[in-house]
Design a protein around this ligand. Sequence first.
Ligand code: NAD
Length: 428
Amino acid sequence: MKISVIGCGYVGLVSAACFADAGHDVTCIDNDAEKLNMLKENQVPIFEPGLQELISKNKSLEFSLNISEDIASSKIIMIAVGTPSLDSGEADLTQLYRCVEEISHFISSGTLVIIKSTVPVGTCDEVEKLINDKSEHNDFEVISNPEFLREGNAIHDFVNPDRIVIGLNDESNKESIIELYSNIVSEDKLLFTSRRSSELIKYASNSMLAMRIIFINEIADLCEKIGADVSDVAKGIGLDKRIGPYFLEAGPGFGGSCFPKDIKALIETGKNFDSPQTLLESVIVGNEKRKKNISKKILDLLDIKKENNVGILGVTFKAETDDMREAPSLTVIPDLIKAGLNISVYDPEGQNEASKLITDVEWKKSAYEVADNSNCLVILTDWQEFKEIDLKKLYDSMQRPLIYDFRNIYDPDIMKELGFEYFSVGRG
Ligand SMILES: NC(=O)c1ccc[n+]([C@@H]2O[C@H](COP(=O)([O-])OP(=O)(O)OC[C@H]3O[C@@H](n4cnc5c(N)ncnc54)[C@H](O)[C@@H]3O)[C@@H](O)[C@H]2O)c1
């Protein structure tokens, strides 16, 4: 099947590579010339485990800078451009509509325009109207097919999805969708719904996951006050099959390119349709409060006149990605700098992206370099590398062996035995 994927970001690149690997004839298009040049030289512009290898292996996957009439021969045009937040919280659909405008000149008879980007309810209807106004064909279909992959695990998630949600109007196009995914998943993984339900499923899923994170974080705060252990509490809750164990890890609050923006967008959709999403409003407030509170917790432990060297381990919004969007570090580090601390930072993959956003810090090449002479180490991202660290070596090099671990990656008893002053989240 000939497919054009528009957008060479986390979702577009992974989708294009996986569809090519499944035997389709795929062109991935992006209007960012720098990204495109890198891709043409077989360099992947983002960090995503396994993606470089998958792209290199699939020689049939092509890259193109422009949306041109070449896409007219594609059965499927898949749009995976960004849909960030406007200041109002609503989704900014500028990239999407610009892209739709461009492709509408090249729609052929029977083209399926698949919206992979996360878009508010009703967007597919709008896209259909826009194309109808421009195109000479009216036998195309706009289909909603939101993506659920997680950065850092994206390829695995794309080829092993829990479900693939497809919102369409014309039942006769189901066969093409089945063919699109046939070498990736069995047919029973495909959930066909209306377009509006499909659009809402994506937002509601992310909101549910974020709600769980905020919930367990607030329970963790309570654990700290009453002397309970949030790991045990989460385990005990998660063993109930009605609840399940996932997304019950206490931490520094959620970030990333999806949760904050998608929840805000769903709140706005609720307002637009006079159906307030009050629970989600408190999720956003709770998460912001949490990120702000991290620096206070650190400062409370330090005598900053004498102890002002703080090392940060991990700045990306989570491990195994270089994505910095809405990362807790973007709140914490400026707050610590403002308080007068000297900050040194190490992240296994995040420095390139992070150094565009975080200034006035010293970048180091390893966790040990960060620890050297520091009065406090703060763990913000749970990279595997940090879990395998030589803690004795760390202890020996620190000026004050104080660690605030916002990801609960170490065992408090072992840390105590080693002599650390060890603080973590919700574990007494
Ligand atoms: N990143 C994730 O983990 C994730 C997961 C699920 C869903 N999503 C959703 O998928 C969508 C894409 O997310 P992303 O993280 O891949 O975004 P991204 O910002 O990494 O990539 C988007 C790409 O689209 C390109 N682009 C924008 N307008 C274009 C145009 N007119 N022509 C060609 N290229 C254009 C940009 O240059 C950019 O490279 C968003 O709606 C997001 O909410 C993201």
